[in-house]
Structures are given as C-alpha cells and as structure tokens.
Design a protein around this ligand. Structure first.
Ligand SMILES: *Cc1c(COP(=O)(O)O)cnc(C)c1O
Length: 236
C-alpha cells in the first residue's frame, strides 16, 4: 500500500500549503516548521523526507523514536509527540529534541531527574486539552499557568511553549477557535515573564487542520497522513 505514496510530492504540497497559509496571515513562512510524523512508518520513508530536506520527525512511541534516532543522520531532530510514561523517560534523554506532551508535574520531575543524570537540559512543551475532550491527555487552559510556574523551577527542564491536539473534525474551521485560544494562552503566560520559561513555540495542527493552525500562529505543525499516507495499525 505504501508503494503508491509519493512522499516527496506530498511534502511539496504540504510545504506549499504552509507557505500560503502563513503569507495569507501576514506571517513569515520561515517561522513555521513542519514536523513529519513518521510513527508506524518504515525508516526508508523517513529518509525520503530527509532527502527532501526535512529534519524534524515526530514519533509517539519511545521505542520507535530511539530506534529511528539511532539510524538517522545526526542532524535529524526527533520530537516525542505522544503520551509519555514516566518509566520510559530515561530512554529518551539526550536523544529527543523536544517533548511535546508534558501534562503533569510528576512527569516533568522525572524528566528533571533523568536530565540531571545525563548532564543536559531537556526542552518540553506543556500539552493543553483546549477542547476539554475526555479522551485526550493534557491539562485545562485554566491549569496551565500554575503548572508552568511549578515546572519552571526545575533547572534541567526548559519549557519552550504549548501544544494541543485538536478534535478530529469534518471541517478544519471547527478547530479554529481552539488554536486561537491556545495562542492567547501562550501570550498570557509569556506576559508573566517567568524565569526559565520561553513561550515561543506553538505546536498545533495535523493533516486535517494544519492550514488553519498556521493562520492562527502555529510554529510547529505535525503532519503524518498528509505526507506518508494512512497508518495501518492492524499490521503491527
Ligand atoms: C499521529 C499524530 C499526528 C499526525 O496526525 P495526522 O493526522 O496523521 O497528520 C500529529 N500529532 C500527534 C500528537 C499525533 O499523535
């Protein structure tokens, strides 16, 4: 099935769409980075994207991220975009470029502990469940400032911004308000000027809604299906 997927052609379309959405919104397209979500896909497909110039890759399982990190050229950046269990943090430290889904102080504490041990600082995003969907991880908007303040005191953890996974919807416009809300939350937290906190990253938008996310300020969009085709979980 994957044989029919033309990764380079798809990338060209996605990158054009990002550029167009950014320019339309009066933004510099350079301020938006595409994360190619390679989860469940073979390493060869990652390399096709790499050869096209992509350097940011998203995985949602620690084991898969580490396996691909070991094979990939060293200028690749691996993003942990899935829910992270505390007991797996130790495998990621020093390999992961950015952990997108931090939604508890306990998880941040474990990242602190393992980063201190590895003598490094780990960049993270706070995951906010803007739509308050019960099925999703992430904290509520109203809880974000307190969590950011608490985590900011951990010296080996550096908060770079916020992330959200918007609902699965028929029309991308349905998610616009969630992206607006996340951006506003980022601005509100930034205005607190908290030490060791850098509110410069907004990770939002997936295959179904990345254009709208870019028009509302996304600095990272995470696109899988639109580049590599449908994922076949049954095959695993
Ligand atoms: C799988 C995944 C994506 C990519 O989703 P697509 O709809 O395939 O583009 C983006 N973000 C997260 C957190 C994911 O788990």
């Amino acid at each position: 099935m994957d044989d029919k997927i033309n990764v380079k052609e798809n990338l060209s379309v996605v990158l054009d769409n990002i550029k167009e959405a950014a320019l339309k919104a009066g933004r510099d397209p350079e301020d938006v980075t595409l994360i190619a979500v390679t989860k469940t896909k073979p390493f060869e497909m990652l390399m096709e994207a790499y050869d096209y110039g992509i350097r940011d890759f998203g995985e949602n399982k620690v084991q898969d991220l580490v396996a691909k990190w070991e094979l990939a050229p060293k200028d690749s950046r691996f993003h942990m975009i899935g829910h992270l269990q505390k007991n797996k943090v130790k495998y990621l430290i020093g390999k992961v470029f950015l952990i997108h889904g931090v939604d508890s102080y306990e998880l941040a504490e474990e990242i602190e502990k393992q980063s201190a041990k590895g003598n490094c600082v780990t960049d993270i995003l706070i995951e906010v469940n803007v739509a308050e969907e019960e099925s999703k991880f992430g904290i509520k908007c109203s809880e974000a400032l307190d969590l950011v303040k608490k985590i900011s005191l951990l010296p080996h953890v550096h908060i770079k911004g916020l992330m959200t996974i918007a609902p699965y919807v028929e029309s991308d416009e349905e998610n616009r308000q969630y992206f607006v809300d996340l951006r506003q939350l980022l601005i509100d937290i930034a205005s607190e000027n908290i030490n060791n906190v850098d509110m410069s990253v907004l990770s939002m938008g997936m295959t179904g809604d990345y254009r709208v996310a870019v028009s509302e300020g996304a600095t990272y969009v995470r696109v899988g299906t639109g580049i590599f085709g449908e994922r076949n979980y049954a095959k695993e």
